[in-house]
Design a binder for this molecule. Structure first.
Ligand code: AP5
Length: 209
């Protein structure tokens, strides 16, 4: 099944995708994770996008679409995938339609107050990308990854100024995708406020899995 997870920053797309990929047996493709890996590995792409990610602006469409096109060459995407954070503009959605047929677009709905709480409390393991939350999903030992023992970090774009900018960027450039996909009959709204288990159950019901 070919899925797109759409929704504002911090709505829980990555958290649910990380669980759903096991359940559905498809890879989780997060464009944010791909950019962060490029930054960590200091590749040309990483150098090009580092300051863009830190500010919360979007990477240019041409660069992002090319990265996704290359990812689709990997065999593991043949029988399905979860796209998390892509597309984020109408132009990216048009490019995606030329590359793949999408079965469902799952739209994560969450109020602003909760989004800010989730983003400001998020911590992650830099090497594995595992996501925690200081209150909602804390590690066993404060500030330390359960599996690797490495110190957890706060993403640069989870600082207050960048959060506000990301929400503005979402409203301006990504929210128009809601009507884009609604008009095509592909949109499946889910309430992202419950526990991860409850959100996962809603998501599976919404896609008929
Ligand atoms: P990206 O990494 O995609 O960031 P995002 O869309 O802003 O999404 P987030 O990762 O912030 O949130 P999420 O919805 O995955 O929430 P999460 O599960 O982590 O993109 C980063 C940047 O890369 C962009 O700003 C841009 O610069 C660039 N980029 C990426 N894609 C691009 C594109 N297509 N075009 C151009 N540029 C692009 O959860 C958040 C927190 O809440 C966690 O702490 C988690 O533990 C907690 N939580 C999650 N679910 C629950 C729950 N149900 N209950 C309680 N707590 C929960």
């Amino acid at each position: 099944m070919n899925l797109v997870f759409l929704g504002p920053p911090g709505a829980g797309k990555g958290t649910i995708a990380a669980i759903a990929k096991e359940k559905l047996g498809v890879p989780h493709i997060s464009t944010g994770d791909l950019f962060r890996a490029a930054i960590k590995n200091e590749t040309e792409l990483g150098k090009q996008v580092k300051s863009i990610l830190a500010s919360g602006e979007l990477v240019p469409d041409s660069v992002t679409v090319e990265m996704v096109r290359e990812r689709f060459l990997d065999k593991d995407t043949k029988d399905g995938f979860i796209l998390d954070g892509f597309p984020r503009t109408i132009s990216q959605a048009d490019s995606l339609a030329d590359m793949k047929q999408i079965d469902h677009v799952v739209n994560f709905l969450l109020d602003r107050e909760e989004i800010v709480k989730r983003l400001s409390g998020r911590r992650m393991c830099k090497s594995t990308g595992k996501i925690y939350h200081v209150l909602y999903n804390p590690p066993k030992v404060e500030g330390i990854d359960d599996e690797t023992g490495e110190p957890l970090i706060q993403r640069d774009d989870d600082k207050e100024d960048a959060i506000l900018n990301r929400l503005e960027v979402y409203d301006r450039q990504t929210a128009p995708l809601i009507s884009y996909y609604k008009e095509k009959g592909m949109l499946r709204d889910i309430d992202a406020k419950g526990s991860p288990e409850a959100v996962l159950a809603q998501m599976l019901a919404a896609i008929g899995a």
